[in-house]
Design a binder for this molecule. Sequence first.
Ligand SMILES: [Zn+2]
Length: 226
Amino acid sequence: MKKQIVTFVIDKNLDIKNHLIGLDSYKRKLHSKTISKNEYYETLLKLPFKKRKEIIRKNIERFYSPEKNKFTRTLAKDINKEWGKIEARYFYKLEKIHGHPFPYHAVKATLSSANRFGYDVEGKWFAVSMMQNKFISIDIAMHELMHFMFHKYYWKMCERKGLSWKQIWDIKESFTVLLNTGFANLRFQSDNGYPEHKQIRLAITKSWNKYHNFEKALSSAIQCTH
Ligand SMILES: [Zn+2]
């Protein structure tokens, strides 16, 4: 049997990193969901990096007690099993849409105690939910893995076209709208995206339905950001 590419794990250090990614996107005000003031984040941001990490570690300690570990490991095992049933079909579609192979052989998905889910392409990991059911985590995984493709094959292309980091971030985030067309039978929920990306997502969908060509859809998305 072919080895699974994505493995769902319990990893406290990756969870802490995911909390830090959440804090960073709050600081950068990356999307409207983070615009409302979060007192916990505001307090953390006033502290030096090392101290922030310490506080997060302490705050999430309760999710990693030996007793809780029994539950969370069972959940990770369950997600691995369900994911294993669809992984090959998922990557087949993902590669077809992008016209490129998925570039990694092993990626970790950490079950995070945060309510937001980051990723680290270089570190080859992303976060899913420790608090929600296994099907939601599978939906999240499809979303995050799509970002890996964008970073590998299209981020630099956008830079060469003169787009700013934030413009590229918005486009990358908008492309997950394609999960609603080609992947609907593998998912439990639709990928809703962020309200501020409505126009870009619409442009991507329109272009995709017409040409079924990622680069053409990218051009339409780029036009939308100008
Ligand atoms: Zn995303």
